[in-house]
Design a binder for this molecule. Structure first.
Ligand code: FE2
Length: 445
């Protein structure tokens, strides 16, 4: 008797499913009026396995989808696989001596610009440099100075132009902090001692400090040897925040215990009244049973007392499930009033939510942009109307999947009126699968 085929896992179904073609299209149809102040490219990265299949959402080949906006027009759309050594040569991830080869990776998580370079990032490897039109240049290892992987969530300091980042690994050194100057030269690398190998997806920057999150999702070799995703929840590891003064050394890191949880993404962090304030999207726990768990995550505030005994005050800020938090990039590490997130069904699975949320963190209020029935937004990025524009004077840009036509739009929303209709909607020539993170790269990038 024939047996029914097992249903595809969520990351290969619907708009998680990869697209099979690279498309180039010019002069895209725009509904509404594109602000002329938008001059640059919106790029977003995500997994898109060339084979059409992958064992976990996190392990598909990177594909960047980009749109260039100028003079009130949408000049082009391109989607391109990041042509990593993994994709082009099927290069092995490990060297013959057993060491991880950081020139081999999927480059599927984020895309940023720094010091004139466009970089596709994944946390297991070196960055991959792209051209302005999304062709692959190759691996970027900071002239050979970078010797660890690089997080997909570096922090660009809006005051100094420095890029702060870290690399983590399952073998020592488990955590290494790095800082590149505004010209893109790697000027500091600092091994940060931690008790063991954990999954460290992101971190935080403030005016005076960097903050590491050492949380109890631990590397498990035995699990990896079964072919499963090699990280799981630990009831024993504990949870702590490591606070290091900017310009400091590993010996200057102070650790602060917090309630066990997992955080992929802070929204922002800043200093106020002798304390560090971190607003994060917090999971009460993650991957206890398997790495396909996707529990709800909510906005949460940690306030770290830097003057007293170092206690951390914990405060839920909202009870709605969200992910992909962002703030105005000009406020990274500085006090921010506003933040933006995707209202999700559960965890990183954004496939059911139809709303973006704007938080007013000063007043404790929020507003939502509902994209409409069956229209599912991805991460939204804020673009200021001018360099000196007010914090919410500008636009949110997000890819929105329209399930009715199995297609996608780039939607432009007035950030000072998020509940209103989009100011412009750009119909794209193919759907953009749900992915991870992106950036607005203005003309100066
Ligand atoms: Fe991320």
């Amino acid at each position: 008797m024939a047996t029914a085929e097992a249903p595809l896992p969520f990351h290969l179904r619907g708009n998680f499913a990869p697209v099979s073609r690279e498309v180039t299209a010019f002069d895209l149809p725009v509904q509404g009026a594109l602000p002329r102040a938008l001059r640059g490219r919106y790029l977003r990265n995500g997994p898109n396995p060339t084979s059409g299949t992958s064992p976990h959402w996190f392990v598909g080949d990177g594909m960047v989808h980009g749109v260039e906006l100028r003079d009130g027009r949408a000049l082009w759309y391109r989607n391109r696989w990041v042509r990593t050594r993994k994709l082009v040569e099927d290069a092995p991830s490990f060297r013959p001596d057993g060491e991880r080869d950081r020139t081999v990776g999927l480059a599927n998580t984020h895309v940023i610009a720094h010091a004139g370079r466009t970089l596709a990032l994944v946390e297991s490897s070196f960055p991959t440099e792209l051209t302005r039109e999304l062709d692959t240049v190759g691996c970027h290892d900071f002239d050979g100075r970078l010797t660890t992987a690089m997080t997909a969530h570096p922090k660009l300091c809006p005051r100094t132009g420095e890029l702060h980042f870290f690399g983590y690994g399952y073998a020592p050194p488990f955590l290494t902090y790095h800082r590149a100057d505004a010209a893109g030269q790697l000027v500091q690398s600092e091994v940060i001692p931690v008790p063991g190998p954990t999954m460290i997806h992101d971190f935080a920057l403030t005016e005076g400090h960097v903050v590491f999150m050492d949380l109890p999702v631990v590397f498990d070799l035995a699990l990896g040897q079964t072919g499963a995703f090699p990280y799981r929840w630990s009831d024993d590891y504990g949870a702590r925040l490591g606070v290091m003064p900017r310009g400091g050394r590993a010996a200057d890191v102070r650790w602060h215990e917090i309630a066990p949880c997992y955080v992929f993404h802070p929204l922002n962090a800043f200093e106020a009244d002798g304390a560090l304030v971190l607003d994060v999207v917090r999971y009460p726990e993650l991957w206890r049973e398997s790495a396909s768990d996707a529990p709800r995550a909510t906005l949460h505030r940690w306030t770290v007392d830097l003057r007293g005994g170092g206690a951390v005050r914990e405060q839920p800020l909202d009870d709605r499930a969200i992910e992909f938090p962002r703030c105005d990039e000009r406020r990274v590490g500085l006090p921010n009033r506003y933040g933006y997130a995707v209202h999700t069904g559960r965890g990183l699975d954004t496939s059911t939510g139809t709303a973006l949320i704007k938080y007013d963190l000063r007043d404790g209020t929020s507003a939502a942009h509902d994209c409409g029935p069956g229209r599912v937004p991805a991460e939204a990025v804020f673009v200021p109307a001018a360099d000196d524009a007010a914090e919410d004077e500008g636009w949110l840009l997000a890819y929105v999947y329209d399930s009715a036509r199995d297609g996608s739009d780039l939607v432009v929303i007035d950030a000072s009126d998020v509940s209103g209709k989009p100011v412009a909607t750009i119909a794209l020539p193919q759907r953009v699968p749900f992915g991870f993170h992106g950036s607005w790269l203005g003309d100066a990038s």
